[in-house]
Design a protein around this ligand. Sequence first.
Ligand SMILES: [Zn+2]
Length: 479
Amino acid sequence: MPDDLFGDPHPPTERPLRKRRAREEDQRTIPQRITDCARFADLYTLTRVLEDARPRPRGGRRAHYPPYIYLVFLAVRGVFGSARGTAGHLQHPSVWHEIKKGVAEHLGNDEAARLPELGPSRNHWQHAQRTLLIPRLDGLNAAYQTLALRQALNQGLLPPGAPRSWSHPQRHQLLVGDGTVAKAPTLATAPYTVDETTGEIRRRRLDPAAWTQTEGGGTRVRGTKFIVFSARHTGYLRRVLISYRHVPHRHPGGEAAAATEAVTDLLGHPDAAGCLGLVYDGALRGTHRDTIQRRGRLLINKQHEGLTPIPLHTLDFPRCRHELWAVGGRVAERIWCEDGTSAFTPLPITRLQRRGEHTHRWYHQITIPCPHGPHHHREPVGITTTPGERAPGQSDLERKFHRAEHLVPIPPNTYTHDEIYSHRDDAESVFTQFDRHLWNGRLIAFGAEAQSLVMLGFLLAQNATSAARHQEDPTPQQP
Ligand SMILES: [Zn+2]
């Protein structure tokens, strides 16, 4: 019997330990991270989005600080997790001196010399956030994604010309995505409360973006939902955060639809040509796999629990008969025992094929062991065909078989799937860091737009350090 292309899963006790201990160069101090932000070229490129906000030569007072300073502020706030802490640091002469050095590096000494003596205050920031950044949030997000993809390519991630194996994609050829609920800045759910003894009415500031959501573990959290996509090699501080999406309350299709829209947009970008697919959790289902896999990329996630085996075909040969079913994401044979009971045996997959140019199709080449000699069978996987894509009456939709849900290119419970799916822990660690960086572990702004800026600043700060580490040591792969 041939070996399965994807291998047997490791027994849980024998899983290799993937994490290595952090070394000295894996640590980044706060002053280093501020310098990383000040020297981060993308911040200065991103300023083009704010160009129309440049102070006009005539009329009005010249803005105190040029727009790019507020992008530096945004990124540094992604280190401190509070505007107050950021303003405090930028108003410290030695920290501001570091910022000016970064400005001089990218925009020249003259520009740096024109800057005020000290950095902007929290009031300056709040004004800039309201009048400069929030009105241009969509432009900033789009430009960020383009720059982050370019950064990923520079750092050897999603390499366009690299050898690719659809059955064994490498970690740095995949995107990892996940959703999180960032805790609302306040627990208040009503605009005012009445003190029952004194009758005093107290006003409460409400967060218009917050809603109560159930997280993966079943815990209820009130806050704002975000999705983040990233790519990385094995090394520490090397991750590049490619894009993020805010998921509004009652977004049609929820997180799963928002993630699919976001990743479809991302994969359509010319700089994402080297990306082989997305790793995501069980929030995505067959219909989302169908969308992504039709576009020729893999969606690697777990099978939904509660799916039952579905009969596929019965192969009739002169001397034998084989019942094929879809079980656990792949083709299995139903084997009958003498006592009338039956069991499913997964059939070895010898090849995963991807075909097509614009719309893609995926196939498993399967071997069916038999005492009369093995049989070979090819089964389409990964997409659910619609009327017109097959002979009349033969499409999956007409046969009411949701193929993308039941048959997946890289089936779970295999060595390959376990290995790839373990990269998803990485997405969770991004959110752990995000929560930890926030003052008090709660969002530091009210409303979806200001909160999106909090996420954008955090991503910029992370990418700034990733870029700086790459400059210091361009070896992408680290043991
Ligand atoms: Zn046979």
